[in-house]
Design a protein around this ligand. Structure first.
Ligand code: GLP
Length: 270
């Protein structure tokens, strides 16, 4: 079972993540961070940027691997995950762009039909993660349908990085980044698989707001099922789920999670 931490707001969640990652980098200057897009991790990156500045932490050797990318968008498109990760993580944290990879980087906007470039990109990405020694801490958001990365319901829980078709729900959720026009949202993506994500040494899932309450309850307290891909976190030996009151509202064991966190031994980090 994952550790569930119920917090007041995104900043508090962000501080918990940031403290843990800052300590990791101090102990391991070439730490490998698993990075995610979406609004949920933004406060966590901001808090981490503050600690890096205040404590003058050297991040020049920190490496990063993003979870996913749309297929067919030029890398320079403001909504490509390449651009998003650079804008929200690489620049504010002061990482070396050469040390950070996004799964679509090698595709340069190649269309889905370009099998020579698209078909093996996932396999190559997984090899690159393995060659870097694996991900130390993977930050995750969650879709309203329980997806992580872009692993839509039905995704194999053993999957590696590969091309996926986006669910219509996800395209509608993400239309807000594309002038509210669902037709502008790409239909396909390349995403780390659930099997890839489970190889990271620590998973930190962040979810906020009532809209995520059902997905969070399914993830933490439902059965492990490919219909809620995030429920695979239950199979991971070190998973932390940080949620606000609204996202926690459908959890049955809230009282226990609060009690356990309040009585956590001081020497234990997340
Ligand atoms: C997208 C991303 C996911 C992210 C999800 C939720 O679909 N591919 O990685 O978790 O959106 O985004 P938000 O945090 O903005 O709700």
């Amino acid at each position: 079972m994952a550790e569930v931490i119920i917090v007041k707001n995104q900043q508090e969640a962000g501080r918990i993540y940031a403290r843990s990652v800052a300590d990791l980098i101090k102990n391991k200057p070439d730490a490998v961070l698993g990075l995610a897009t979406g609004s949920s991790p933004l406060a966590a990156y901001e808090e981490l940027a503050k600690i890096i500045e205040n404590e003058k932490i050297d991040v020049s050797r920190v490496r990063g691997f993003a979870l996913d990318e749309y297929i067919g968008l030029p890398l320079s498109h403001p909504q490509s995950y390449h651009s998003t990760i650079h804008r929200t993580v690489v620049e504010p944290l002061g990482l070396d762009p050469a040390n950070v990879r996004v799964p679509g980087d090698v595709l340069e906007g190649a269309p889905l039909s370009d099998s020579a470039r698209v078909a093996h990109a996932g396999e190559e990405y997984d090899k690159a993660i393995a060659a870097a020694g694996g991900v130390d801490v993977q930050i995750l958001g969650i879709g309203t349908d329980g997806h992580v990365g872009f692993n839509e319901p039905g995704s194999s829980l053993a999957s590696g990085t590969r091309v996926k078709t986006l669910a219509q729900q996800t395209r509608e959720d993400n239309a807000r980044f594309f002038d509210n026009d669902v037709d502008k949202v790409p239909t396909h993506c390349i995403t780390q698989g659930i099997g890839t994500i489970l190889k990271a040494r620590h998973l930190v899932l962040l979810a906020f707001g009532e809209g995520k309450a059902e997905a969070v309850a399914e993830t933490v307290e439902g059965g492990v099922s490919s219909f809620c891909p995030a429920s695979a976190l239950q199979l991971h030996p070190h998973a932390t789920v940080i949620v606000d009151e609204e996202a926690a509202s459908r959890l049955r064991h809230k009282d226990y999670y609060r009690w356990a966190y309040a009585h956590k031994p001081a020497w234990q980090s997340i």
